[in-house]
Design a protein. Structure first.
Length: 144
């Protein structure tokens, strides 16, 4: 009787997992059409967009957030290593998703019933940033 019950629970678990995979894939294909597309060459992203503040008569008062891209050769390897150490210590051990960090963060956040930590990687942070940039760019283009 117990063996039958365990088999039913395991079977139900597998069915739910399979259903979850299909729902996830279906959702991805349904919503991925609306996602902004990255250019093939990321160097074509306009990083120099800044916020410009104008007076009522149209005179530019201030420019905020102006960016100046640097060639990689001009950035110290120590700076790069410091960023990687602070943001994603396992950067060289995973391929964009750190499953262990995600599970650790999920466990800690559920245990404490509040968000204490995140498990995102540098790759995920870059994806989120680029998504927001392109989403805002797309809204700007559509409003013109």
């Amino acid at each position: 009787m117990i063996r039958y019950l365990i088999e039913r629970i395991v079977f139900s678990f597998y069915i739910l997992m399979l259903l979850g995979v299909f729902v996830g894939l279906g959702s991805y294909f349904l919503f991925s059409r609306d996602l902004p597309q990255l250019p093939n060459d990321l160097r074509k992203i306009n990083l120099s967009l800044a916020t410009e503040i104008y007076s009522a008569d149209g005179e530019r008062i201030k420019v905020l957030g102006q960016r100046y891209p640097l060639p990689l050769e001009d950035i110290s390897p120590n700076f790069t290593n410091a960023i990687i150490a602070a943001e994603d210590a396992n950067f060289y051990q995973h391929k964009g998703l750190d499953h262990r960090a995600l599970m650790r963060a999920l466990y800690m956040n559920i245990r404490e019933r509040k968000i204490l930590q995140g498990g995102s990687t540098i790759t995920q942070q870059l994806s989120k940033l680029l998504y927001k940039v392109f989403l805002n760019y797309e809204k700007l283009i559509n409003s013109l």
